[in-house]
Write a protein that binds this ligand. Structure first.
Ligand code: MF3
Ligand code: CO
Length: 262
C-alpha cells in the first residue's frame, strides 16, 4: 500500500489513542519493581485496555501469533520479549516496554526502556543515549526533511557515543494499521529517501546496542537478543508531521509543533 497521509481530524483521533496508550504505559512502568513478573506487567496492560475500551495491536499479531499485549525486553533482549510468569524483574535491570493500541480505528505505538532501582552507570548511559537519539530523530520530523535525515540523526547520535544501531528492525508509517509505509530505518544518510509531507504519521523506534548491531532470534520465534549478549535499549514514539513541526502523539506533554518531554 502507498503512503497514507492523514487529515488533521484523523491525527486528532490518533492523538486520543496516543494519550490512552501513554497513560497505560505510565501505570505499567510504575509497577515495574523488583520481584514483579513481566507477566504481571502484561496483566496491568490488559486491565488498562479493558478500562479504556481500546484494542491491543500486538495480541495475535503475525506468525507465530504474538501471545501477549506487551513486549517486555530485559537487558540483552533488543525487542519482542514475551511476558512470562517465571520472568521476575530484578534490581538493576533495564526493561524495554513496548505497547500498541487501536482506538476509533486508529493505532498508536510506543516503547520506553525503564531502569529498575540502582542501575549501573553503563546501563544508564545506554538508556539515556537511546532516549536522546529518539529526541534527535523527532527534531528531524519536519516537512521538507527526508526519511534519511531521521535515520542519520539516530545513527550519528548513537555511534558518536560508541554504540551501534540495529538494522534488522525499523520504524514504520502508522495509521489505520500498525505497520504502514514508509519504513523508517534508524540509520541512513542526510538528504536521502522520501520527503516528509504534511499529514505523514510515523513510529520512530531506535534500538541501540552497547556492542555489535547483530541480532539473534530465540526459539520462541519472537525474542530478539543481541548476538554478543551485550545490552540493548529501545524507545519509540508515534509522531505526526504538521506545518508547525512534529506532534508526538504518544507523549502527553507534546502539542502540535512542540515535541514536549518524556
Ligand atoms: N513496536 C513494535 C513494532 O512496531 C511492536 C510489534 S510487537 C508485535 O513492530 F507483537 F506486535 F509484533
Ligand atoms: Co513500532
Amino acid at each position: 500500500m502507498r503512503i497514507q497521509l492523514k487529515s488533521l481530524d484523523e491525527i486528532r483521533l490518533m492523538r486520543e489513542a496516543g494519550l490512552v496508550l501513554s497513560a497505560i504505559l505510565d501505570e505499567i512502568c510504575a509497577a515495574a519493581k523488583p520481584g514483579v513478573s513481566t507477566w504481571e506487567l502484561d496483566r496491568i496492560a490488559r486491565a488498562g485496555i479493558e478500562k479504556h475500551r481500546v484494542k491491543s495491536l500486538f495480541l495475535g499479531y503475525a506468525s507465530p501469533p504474538y501471545p501477549a499485549v506487551l513486549c517486555t525486553s530485559i537487558n540483552e533482549v533488543i525487542v519482542h520479549g514475551i511476558p512470562r510468569k517465571n520472568e521476575v524483574i530484578k534490581d538493576g535491570d533495564i526493561i524495554g516496554i513496548d505497547f500498541g493500541i487501536g482506538k476509533q480505528g486508529f493505532c498508536a505505538d510506543s516503547a520506553r526502556t525503564i531502569m529498575v532501582g540502582e542501575v549501573s552507570p553503563e546501563k544508564k548511559k545506554l538508556v539515556e543515549t537511546t532516549r536522546e537519539a529518539l529526541n534527535a530523530a523527532i527534531d528531524m520530523c519536519r516537512i521538507g526533511n527526508r526519511i534519511g535525515d531521521i535515520g542519520s540523526a539516530v545513527q550519528k547520535y548513537a555511534e558518536e557515543r560508541g554504540y551501534s544501531v540495529v538494522r534488522q528492525f525499523v520504524g514504520h508509517g502508522i495509521g489505520q494499521r500498525m505497520h504502514e509505509e514508509p519504513a523508517v530505518p534508524n540509520f541512513g544518510a542526510p538528504n536521502e529517501g522520501k520527503r516528509l509531507k504534511r499529514g505523514l504519521v510515523i513510529a520512530v523506534e531506535p534500538m541501540v546496542n552497547a556492542g555489535a548491531p547483530d541480532v539473534e532470534l530465540l526459539d520462541d520465534g519472537w525474542t530478539a537478543v543481541t548476538k554478543d549478549r551485550r545490552l540493548s535499549a529501545h524507545f519509540e514514539h508515534t509522531i505526526a508531521i504538521l506545518d508547525e513541526g512534529p506532534w508526538v502523539l504518544t507523549r502527553a506533554s507534546s502539542t502540535p509543533g512542540n515535541p514536549g518531554n518524556d
